[in-house]
Design a protein around this ligand. Structure first.
Ligand SMILES: Cc1cc2nc3c(=O)[nH]c(=O)nc-3n(C[C@H](O)[C@H](O)[C@H](O)COP(=O)(O)OP(=O)(O)OC[C@H]3O[C@@H](n4cnc5c(N)ncnc54)[C@H](O)[C@@H]3O)c2cc1C
Length: 575
């Protein structure tokens, strides 16, 4: 089986869900003409299939290795990364005044969709660089931007995010890395960071670490955190990488998946850093850095779902087992059996649903950057939904991919298991899905006194009158929302996860309905690819009729409160 990027689907969703043509009507994105958009989507799709996909297996079987204190990527990675930089794929949405192409974030989302579907672990590297670019662009000084942004934009240098320490995971405020003034405006950074993705590698000339640390006498908790830029190599007078900056790769983790992504323990020993934004502005800058990264991690669910689905489809057509019940004696390909059909359609429809959710959210990132009213709030609301549901459903789809392969899925030979192992981390990093759900019922539900959430539900309700299951789910979401607003903190948090899923399925269902209507209209008008559009009618119906109703069943758990969860004390529960 060879991977091919789903470009017809991507272009359809970009047009019908993201509204790429409307975005291009703004001067800032005027270059995103339909021809250019199509050329980019097709071009990056071909690149992903030709350069990233062939390296997916070796990334897993060989993986990144630590050799004499430096990370060596598997064979072929450095060259493919070089080609990626030369082709300009890194610079798509990076700021135009600093070496980027200034195109919509939603177009970069499509590029990342293809790259990660071909090779998720490899495509994690650019996600981190985007986070560094965002933080620098919004919080860096003019001098810092001029020095670092152009090379990050092109991908010649890569970025990392350094939050986690052994005692500070979800609780970022517990971090202890220190920053001490050196008297010349720079800072001396000391401490150990763990789990740093692409903390070291041999694909780029420099690595720009963005590090959260505490300055002397900083207040405890998140209020006392500042963000520092710490290059692997300090820049010389010409702005080129010079002497090493005391960042030591102590070890790399042995993991369940994404073995091509080196997950490093980094020791900063008197490394020279520059403050980004003001002292104690670390949390604000960190959120800038993480916000788009969270959407991009949600997108990893789409990437894996796409790859796993393509693999399962191929296998199901090849593998012959048993006659189809009631249809003669000849054994048939397993794709003919009803339960395999169920799995394959669930995989295909689910992939399309989370792609729509992610592309919808990315459109709001662009609208927020254009300063359009209410867009920032929509990004804030959609981010926990997209991160959580994108990665949850992506994991479920990868698991179904293993199931479709039967025993061949569980043994490593076919590669179905790699998708399953790779995606599992996406539910954990960039804020675990549990933390995302807490964010939804904490910060996000409270936006505008609840009116941002109510507004989304009302939009769905206005638009879905003719679909009973979606109407019912939107009604349930409205009811749970009001209950949540009036509930105690404990009760709210106890139901946060099922509520997040309900809201995400409602939104995805609505976006599938929109696609169904667009496909019908195009078929009626004799436009577009009829085979693709006819398939779209089937997958949207499958999602709306079979997957949306499942989410109505979550209402009871969302409103059940916390009391039962504490009916056993910790000793009785775990003892
Ligand atoms: C492969 C990999 C790559 C990573 N890359 C990076 C990186 O590049 N940079 C970086 O800084 N970090 C990175 N991380 C770290 C990652 O972001 C953390 O693992 C994650 O934030 C969770 O922290 P933790 O592992 O300490 O889990 P914990 O915080 O100990 O959480 C354990 C469990 O408890 C739950 N939990 C914890 N607190 C709460 C709460 N208040 N309410 C409800 N539930 C709670 C969590 O949801 C989780 O289920 C990476 C991790 C891995 C494994």
């Amino acid at each position: 089986m060879t991977f091919s990027a789903p470009t017809t689907e991507q272009l359809f969703v970009l047009r019908t869900i993201t509204g790429i043509e409307e975005l291009a009507s703004f001067e800032r994105f005027a270059e995103a003409t339909p021809d250019l958009v199509e050329a980019i989507v097709e071009g990056v799709g071909e690149f992903a299939a030709g350069e990233f996909a062939p390296l997916y297996r070796i990334g897993d079987t060989v993986g990144a290795r630590l050799v004499d204190g430096a990370v060596k990527m598997p064979e072929g990675y450095a060259q493919a990364y070089q080609h990626y930089v030369e082709a300009g794929w890194s610079a798509l949405s990076a700021p135009a005044d600093h070496g980027g192409q200034g195109l919509p974030f939603s177009l970069a989302t499509v590029a990342l969709d293809s790259l990660g579907a071909a090779n998720m672990a490899f495509a994690l590297c650019p996600i981190l660089t985007v986070g560094a670019i965002e933080a620098l662009h919004h919080h860096g000084s003019d001098e810092q931007k001029a020095l670092y942004l152009p090379k990050l934009a092109t991908g010649e240098w890569t970025g990392t995010m350094n939050l986690t320490e052994p005692q500070a995971g979800s609780d970022v405020g517990a971090l202890r890395a220190t920053a001490t003034p050196r008297g010349d405006g720079t800072w001396s950074i000391k401490g150990q960071k763990i789990y740093i993705s692409f903390g070291d590698h041999d694909m780029a000339d420099n690595i720009i670490h963005l590090v959260l640390a505490r300055t002397p006498d900083a207040p405890a908790g998140t209020k006392g955190i500042s963000l520092f830029l710490v290059p692997k190599y300090r820049l010389d007078a010409d702005g080129n990488p010079g002497e090493a900056n005391g960042v030591k790769t102590v070890s790399i983790e042995h993991k369940m998946g994404i073995n091509a992504s080196p997950t490093c323990v980094l020791q900063f020993g008197e490394s020279v850093g520059e403050l980004i934004g003001g002292e104690f502005g670390g949390i604000r800058a960190m959120f800038t850095m993480m916000n788009n990264a969270r959407l991009n991690v949600g997108l990893q669910g789409v990437q894996i779902a796409e790859g796993a689905t393509q693999k399962a489809m191929w296998f199901a057509r090849e593998r012959v087992q048993s006659a189809r019940a009631g249809a003669g004696r000849d054994p048939v390909a397993i794709i003919e059996h009803p339960d395999v059909r169920r799995m394959l359609l669930r995989m295909k429809a689910g992939t399309e649903a989370i792609r729509a959710l992610l592309y919808y959210a990315s459109g709001f990132v662009d609208r927020a950057n254009l300063g359009i009213d209410g867009a920032r709030e929509m990004v804030d609301l959609l981010t926990p939904l997209a991160k959580t549901y994108g990665t949850d459903l992506g994991s479920e789809i990868a698991s179904l991919g293993v199931q479709v392969h039967g025993g061949m899925g569980y043994v490593e030979e076919t590669g179905a298991a790699q998708y399953y192992r790779d995606i599992r981390i996406a539910q954990i990093y960039e804020g675990t899905n549990g933390i995302q759900a807490a964010d939804l019922v904490g910060r996000k539900l409270g936006m505008g006194g609840g009116d941002v959430v109510r507004g989304l539900i009302a939009d769905v309700q206005r638009d879905c009158g003719n679909h009973p299951a979606l109407s019912a789910l939107a009604g349930d979401c409205a009811e749970v929302t009001e209950w949540m607003i009036g509930a105690s903190v404990d009760d709210r948090l106890a139901g946060s996860y099922p509520y997040t899923t309900m809201m995400a399925v409602m939104t995805s269902g609505w976006l599938m309905l929109k696609q169904q209507r667009a496909a019908e209209a195009m078929l009626d008008a004799g436009e577009g690819n009829a085979d693709f559009l006819s398939a779209k009618l089937v997958t949207t119906r499958f999602y709306l009729d079979r997957m949306v109703p499942e989410a109505c069943g979550l209402k009871a758990g969302a409103m059940a409160g916390a009391e039962q969860l504490y009916a056993l004390d910790a000793e009785a529960l775990a003892g």
